[in-house]
Design a binder for this molecule. Sequence first.
Ligand code: AKB
Length: 348
Amino acid sequence: MRKEVVLVTGAGGEMGQALIRRLAEGGARNILALDVRPLPEAIIPACQIAIQGDLLDTNLIDRLVAEYSIPRIFHLAALLSTRSEYTPEAAHHVNVDGTLHLLKLAVDQASWLGQPVKFIFPSSIAVFGLPDRETKASAGAVKEWAWNNPATMYGCNKLYAEHLGRYYSLHYRQLAAEQPRNTVDFRAIRFPGLISAFTVPSGGTSDYGPEMLHAAAQKQPYACFVREDTTMPFMAMPDAIKALLLLGDAPREALSAQIYNVTSFSLSAREFEAEVRRAFPEAQITFEPDRRRQGIVDSWPVDMDDSRARRDWGWQPDYDLRRAFDEYLIPNIRQQYTGGKQTTESKK
Ligand code: AKB
């Protein structure tokens, strides 16, 4: 008998850690956590199996297919936008080839299981690419189909991975004599910048928000790499996890699409700074825009239209700007850096 597991890739990343905690809190005892780096000690007890390995390793993929029954996959592993610009080909390998390997694993699993495998995929605001600041200002909240011209390797990778997921769901081997009846039930969410009270992101371009906040809480100076007027949407991590779980649980018949925008609140870097200073008046924040990273955020919309997600699967964030800072970020960050009682993402 093959052991039934929920597979989480990128398990040691910001979103992976938060998702694993939430799944375990909800009673999941069968999490198979996969990451290319060793998992943080703190989440190991929440996992039934922890594997350090690379999605590009086909022997590992074959082993997973042979040893486990995997009806649900959360594929979170990725190289983020800033990191990907330094090594675009490596980003393509991880973000596209890694995803392709996992989609093939899902197809193989589906044929064993006799039912489609749920494949939940975090995509990103980075799939959008607005040509200039004037267009960004006039475009407002963009719909899923608009401005799909990413300016980064990461954005290209995420957009193509969405297409791959759609292909594997709807058209996989469409000319084969015997078409597979069960393949992949692919569901993707385009996230804005995410902010966790417990972890600091690395390698992203929306990182200026969380970096500013975590630096202030630790009484460290921070030079923000975008202009004060730079605006983009953000979301508190608990809402991102809520979105993954809600979309994963939604009945297939309720879904009119496979790709969904979600968002929570948009604010400028100056407004972000003001929020940080409300909590940490002594914060040492300066603005030293980096022309090239600025260009990336300038190509992302000020807001995303998430009405499709609201309509199809009841999406609604729990944390607007006020609640995100006052009830989730500031209290948990304070506690974390002042040596108070240790809390975790799941204990909001
Ligand atoms: C990044 O900055 O690369 C990510 C993202 C917006 O997807 N946080």
